[in-house]
Write a new protein. Structure first.
Length: 366
């Protein structure tokens, strides 16, 4: 396309020079791609003169019309380079201005992750068992400790994932790490979507029935404990056990969030990114805290319905599948925080539409 419309175009003769740089065989071109263009997804086009240069023009934007328009702007002297994003200096380090939307991403992804059917199921079962004791104090104590340590273990695991990404991810291998992330997240999303339509059939990212029986036994043992210290220790141990199985349900979301954070963190040394993980976990734990308070105040008996669990699976599945696709196809898209936010909002809308239509279909079928 470029050869036909630009190289062999007589109107550009003596005006336009076209250079093909093969990063696979040309070491100089590879170094330029690495250091100057930050591994921008290949192929791409750069248009420049002695004083100005365009940012990389990605494959999807390489059209005859667009390239001609930019070339004409160069020839007319009307092309203006886009201003670089400002770097904001804080006591905790430097942050790119566009990364200021990362707190919003932490809130949205943490909120989506908080509706975790595995965590909800175990917590509500625990609180229902505590109803027999009829003690708000014990319910608040056990429920509060369970939720607090669940969040703490979850946050420590996210810190570990973030540190792992930061240690193994460099500018040289960021594409490889993104591809590996995509290969993990995409199948998890597909399995969760499958669980909505074919619940408890085939491969599933849920707590196995055999493990549930074991967890329920630990819950019953916890309820019978008379000593406050033994109760607290039991609640902490239960939180640790349940947290391991929770990760089977929603590993993809914290994995995705820490992966995106690590892409922003390359070349920076800032505690701000740990604060984003803390914010994520604060939002993550809010629904669980709400459940404990509602149970303690009302002493009511509630259970998470199968349908609610399936809808949560669908929401996380759509999000993970889309994130996984972009990790594999073009990870650079996710470096604009508004893209992940749009994915979450779009996934929520898609979940509402699909679940509404499917519920009506199942009702008519029955």
């Amino acid at each position: 396309m470029i050869e036909k419309h630009f190289v062999k175009n007589e109107s550009y003769k003596g005006i336009l020079k076209v250079y093909l740089k093969d990063i696979a065989t040309n070491k100089t071109a590879f170094e330029e791609w690495k250091n100057k263009y930050d591994f921008y997804p290949y192929p791409f086009v750069i248009i420049k003169n002695e004083t100005k240069s365009t940012p990389p023009i990605g494959e999807s934007d390489i059209t005859v019309g667009k390239l001609k328009k930019i070339i004409e702007m160069f020839l007319n002297g009307t092309y203006h380079e886009k201003e670089e994003k400002d770097i904001i200096h804080t006591p905790l380090g430097e942050i790119n201005a566009k990364s200021l939307s990362l707190p919003l991403l932490a809130i949205i992804l943490g909120g989506a992750d908080s509706f975790n059917p595995c965590a909800f199921f175990i917590l509500i079962f625990l609180l229902n068992m505590l109803l027999h004791a009829g003690s708000r104090r014990k319910m608040l104590l056990v429920g509060g400790i369970f939720v607090t340590f669940s969040a703490l273990f979850y946050m420590l695991f996210m810190f570990f994932m973030y540190e792992t990404f930061m240690r193994i991810q460099t500018r040289e291998n960021v594409m490889l790490i993104s591809a590996v992330a995509g290969c993990i997240v995409l199948p998890m999303g597909i399995i969760n979507i499958k669980d909505f339509f074919l619940f408890k059939k085939g491969v599933s990212l849920t707590v196995p029935e055999s493990k549930r029986v074991r967890i329920f036994k630990r819950v019953r043992d916890l309820i019978r404990k008379k000593s406050t210290i033994a109760t607290i220790a039991g609640a902490i141990a239960l939180a640790g056990t349940v947290n391991f199985y929770e990760l089977l349900c929603t590993l993809g979301l914290p994995f995705t969030f820490t992966k995106i954070l690590s892409q922003y963190s390359i070349g920076r040394n800032s505690l701000v990114f740990y604060i984003y993980i803390l914010l994520y976990n604060i939002v993550y734990v809010l629904p669980l805290v709400t459940i404990v308070l509602i149970f303690a105040l009302t002493l009511g008996r509630r259970m998470l319905s199968e349908w609610q669990g399936r809808v949560m699976k669908l929401l996380s599945g759509i999000m993970l599948a889309v994130f996984g696709f972009f990790f594999l196809y073009n990870y650079k898209v996710l470096e604009d925080p508004f893209t992940p936010i749009s994915i979450v909002i779009g996934s929520a809308m898609g979940t509402f539409l699909i679940s509404t239509v499917w519920k009506r279909y199942e009702q008519k079928k029955s």
